[in-house]
Design a protein around this ligand. Sequence first.
Ligand code: NI
Length: 212
Amino acid sequence: MIWLRRIRYVLWSAVGIAGFVAIAVMLGWWTVDGPGARATRNAAPASIAEIGGSFTMTDHRGRTVTDRDIRGKPTMMFFGFTSCPDVCPTTLSDMAGWLEELGPAADGLNVVFVSVDPARDTVEQMAAYLSLFDPRILGLTGTPAQLEAMARNYRFYYRRVPLDGGGYTMDHTAMVYLLNQDGRFASTIDYHEDRQTALPKLRRLLGIAPAG
Ligand code: NI
């Protein structure tokens, strides 16, 4: 009988749809609020969450600086080298611009430039280079072993690349790290990131309301 078959078909469809909705709700619950959510949130960014920890370096005035010295204030941290042709000078000028824009609030921020080229970036070289940008930027250099130890904890990348005409350049992580006042990872600012998004990140980090 056609009408009976049709009713059976409608019933089975209803069961199918109900099942689908139930599964969707389950999945939704699972990823938004369920135990799966917590697992995902903790698992995926684990390597980012682990950014931070101890380091011992020498600043551009020749003083020893450790992770303890940057606690108590949030930190903007960037990695590079003074003979970098492009990424570093661009980012350091951006950083200097952000500091200017933040005004007096910038005093609540540590600004750190870590050299990934300790062979060429001596204390004197760092001081001369940073004087071109902003006096609030703290330059850090160190022994290759100190740099290696810091890179392990802060998970930044650097690699020496030989140049055709002799000499070398450095490949390095180009994003700016934002750390909270406990020295834990908070966020990043990308290379060439628009000041429209970079500044609110810094204001959030500093705990000050965005302007406007
Ligand atoms: Ni660079």
